[in-house]
Design a binder for this molecule. Sequence first.
Ligand code: ADP
Length: 398
Amino acid sequence: MEKTLPKYLLVINAGSSSIKFAIYQTDAPLTHLTADATGQIEGIGNQPSLTIKSAEGLVLVDHLLSIDEVPDHAGAIALMLAWLLDYLAEGTLVAVGHRVVHGGQLYSAPVLINATVLAELETLIPLAPLHQPHNLTIIHLLLENMPALPQVACFDTAFHHTQPDVAQRFAIPRCFTDEGVRSYGFHGLSYEYITSVLPKLEPKLSHARIIIAHLGNGASLCAIHNGQSIATTMGFSPLDGLVMGTRCGNIDPGILLYLMDHHKMNAHAVEQLLYYQSGLLGVSGISNDMRTLLASDDPHAQEAIELFIYRINREIGSLVAALGGIDALVFTGGIGEHSAEIRMKVCHQAAWLGIELDDSANAAAAKHISTPNSKLSVWVLPTDENLMIAHHTLKLFL
Ligand code: ADP
């Protein structure tokens, strides 16, 4: 009998100085996915390093690299492909799925990349200038290195296409709305994944009103009804909404005018301030890392946490209004999944909703952390954006 060789899918999430990747094995009719390995090249352009772990958590590679070996993204991709082709041995790589931050108004679903799609995605760079170029650079590099390899783009914005028009508009002259200055929302792959998992745990929530709190370095909330996004806290850019690691979240636009006028800051300086020097880092003056702030007794660290929680509670109120009620609240993302203390603080402030937290379930990070008397159920679910991308990529081949 002829031996069938294993088939693999690659998932890539490219940032300004890192390329994260995940490898999945799939069966011959391309219906199942098994996580195989994950890796990352970090510190591109500065102090590059490569780490790769098996699905069981075994460290397969952990190398510091020299800037001569990996001077830029092209060098990083060449290194990753060399390792990958060696690792896959006789197996074949059937496709690659990319996390692409912006699909604009054009893409409400993942798409197989061709020259036309790529050209359209280039036109969206002004909407996500800090992220989109890196996503596209990697697609171009793979096209050069492996032109026959099918590539799929999965968008952070796509899941939010179901938001009603009123939720997508800003109150500015319509000519700007028409050119694309509207509320898109992000973290869509995470919300889509959680929305696919929750009804399996609690079937009666399939058509429910749910708020998902994706609390990581970037943080947002999404209101889901009947499995669809109807509102979210991030808007035109991933700056809006909640307080984040280094991003400001919701801010009075008058502050930007003040900074530009009074402090003579140009657009680049304001961008740096709001994206990289604000949020938990800006308020605490200590760190963007929630673990560090929770462990600190500095009053500024406590103030940063207090503001983080306060804004979540206010935005929950806003999304409950958009939903007309709430049946479940889900925590996910690095902070949402791992910090019982933050979940507890959020739930205590949101007690007005009738939340009753099961303290021991919360401390144990059980999946379901509210008591039977709670008016809404509260959950902790680990997100898996890579798996979502792998599923989408596979689906385009079925
Ligand atoms: P990203 O948005 O970069 O994907 P993550 O979802 O990995 O980020 O979340 C990173 C955040 O999660 C950091 O602020 C980190 O401090 C926080 N975090 C991770 N583990 C814990 C923990 N045990 N307690 C509190 N915060 C945690």
